[in-house]
Write a protein that binds this ligand. Structure first.
Ligand SMILES: Nc1ncnc2c1ncn2[C@@H]1O[C@H](COP(=O)(O)O)[C@@H](O)[C@H]1OP(=O)(O)O
Ligand SMILES: [Mg+2]
Ligand SMILES: [Mg+2]
Ligand SMILES: [Mg+2]
Length: 402
């Protein structure tokens, strides 16, 4: 090769290539990911990621619950939901198992060394090949098809049915105070899901017991943050929202659409100026929260409006965006321990939206003691300014005051 061509080759091809490679490996992982995305996709607007802390975790969380919700929405439309009863007599459906498999697959692909605490396990499916194959049919045919780059970010399809069962079972961490732990409720409010009401697909990241990222998809809640809070049902037009929060960065809502990932809108709790105009947002199930005690608390606080009853962490999202006011969950038995996957995302979303969340003793929810909230009892989530007042009356009615 003549000297001039060799120089040309070095300065015009080899050197820029070297500089690009160096810049790629020296860049922080979030901008590296954006670089990959911008080259993978002609329409780079579809998947965007900021460079703020936990940006990748937030994006993967949102995308994975979005994909899982496509699956649950398909099951929601079917008359047969493959419901079975678990050992604690609570229901689980093919939607719960399928959603858990898809979410864990995405987490394992992106954060292979993180632990996972998830609600479901696959032992029943290993003994029931028909049920297992129904779930596999659903899982292998669910993808973010309108956004191939998002689908590839999640690691694409699960390779086989047996891998799917292993993934479901890898949410068996015992949790605890150290390290990065994701917690998943693939369908929160399965009873609501079955009756056509509210349910949520929930994911949160704990770091040393502290919630850093929370994301909750509510396929049956209105997209519109200002829509009145009602207990109505269905997943029709204008429904489907994702609430999310990163610690210290506020809380947002965005539509649960299949393709376009529009930026989230900041949400905040509605200030309560008059207790008489406020209402509680509570469980539908009488077995989940003591409804007669909450009625006495409402009366003492001067709340006259009836409670809005809905299933799942949709309650936390609803009060965080100011559609509802106060989330109350009063213990019904001394033995039931709340599960971390039922509260972690909601706890952060409400606190980042300007709320306070404690148990009935006034302690913050402690997500670092294992798979359950073993050291807490009940939940009170309210705007910061009125939380102490609500707690005071709760303690008076429950006889918790000295
Ligand atoms: N005995 C119980 N007490 C309180 N919560 C329960 C009980 N059994 C199940 N749950 C969980 O309560 C949550 C829904 O309750 P609510 O709608 O009242 O907030 C769900 O997470 C449900 O689990 P699951 O995820 O299996 O539906
Ligand atoms: Mg359950
Ligand atoms: Mg749940
Ligand atoms: Mg569940």
């Amino acid at each position: 090769m003549p000297l001039e061509s060799r120089n040309n080759f070095f300065y015009k091809i080899l050197l820029p290539l070297l500089i690009l490679t160096l810049a790629f490996f020296l860049s922080p992982s979030s901008s590296r990911l954006n670089l990959i995305l911008s080259h993978l996709t002609p329409q780079t607007t579809t998947v965007k990621m900021s460079s703020s802390p936990y940006a990748k975790e937030l994006l993967i969380a949102q995308l994975s619950i979005q994909r899982a919700s496509i699956l649950t929405k398909r099951v929601f439309q079917e008359s047969s939901k493959g419901t079975i009863s678990k050992s604690d007599a609570s229901p689980v459906t093919i939607g719960d198992f399928g959603a858990q498999a898809l979410i864990i697959s995405a987490l394992k692909h992106n954060f292979p060394s993180d632990q996972i605490v998830a609600e479901e396990e696959a032992s029943t499916l290993r003994n029931d090949p028909l049920l297992s194959s129904k779930i596999w049919d659903l899982v292998k045919s669910t993808s973010l098809s309108s956004s191939p780059e998002a689908e590839s970010l999640l690691g694409g399809q699960i390779p086989s049915e047996s891998k799917m069962l292993d993934l479901i079972d890898s949410g068996n961490s015992s949790g605890g105070r150290t390290g990065r732990i994701w917690t998943i409720d693939p369908i929160d409010g399965t009873k609501g899901f079955l009756r056509g009401g509210q349910y949520a697909v929930c994911l949160a990241l704990l770091e040393d017991g502290d919630v850093k990222v929370g994301a909750i998809a509510c396929p049956n809640l209105p997209v519109d943050d200002s829509a009145p809070l009602t207990a109505d049902i269905g997943d029709g037009e204008g429904r489907g929202v994702i609430f999310s929060a990163v610690k210290g960065q506020g809380a947002t809502s965005r539509p649960l659409t299949t393709g376009d990932l529009a930026e989230g809108k900041q949400i905040s709790m509605k200030p309560i100026t008059e207790m008489s105009a406020a209402s509680f947002c509570e469980s539908v199930e009488a077995g989940h929260s003591n409804q007669s005690e909450s009625a006495r608390i409402a009366e003492k606080l001067g709340i006259t409006r009836p409670s809005v009853r809905m299933d799942s962490q949709a309650k936390y999202g609803s009060i965080a965006r100011g559609a509802g006011d106060i989330y109350l969950r009063l213990p019904t038995s001394k033995t039931y321990q709340e599960k971390i996957w039922d509260h972690a995302g909601g706890d952060l979303i409400v606190r980042e939206a300007g709320g306070e969340v404690t148990d009935t003793k006034g302690n913050r929810l402690d997500f670092g003691v294992g798979r359950t909230l073993a050291s807490n009892s009940g939940v009170i989530a309210a705007p910061k300014a009125v939380h102490a007042q609500v707690l005071d009356v709760v303690q008076e009615v429950l006889g918790l005051k000295n």
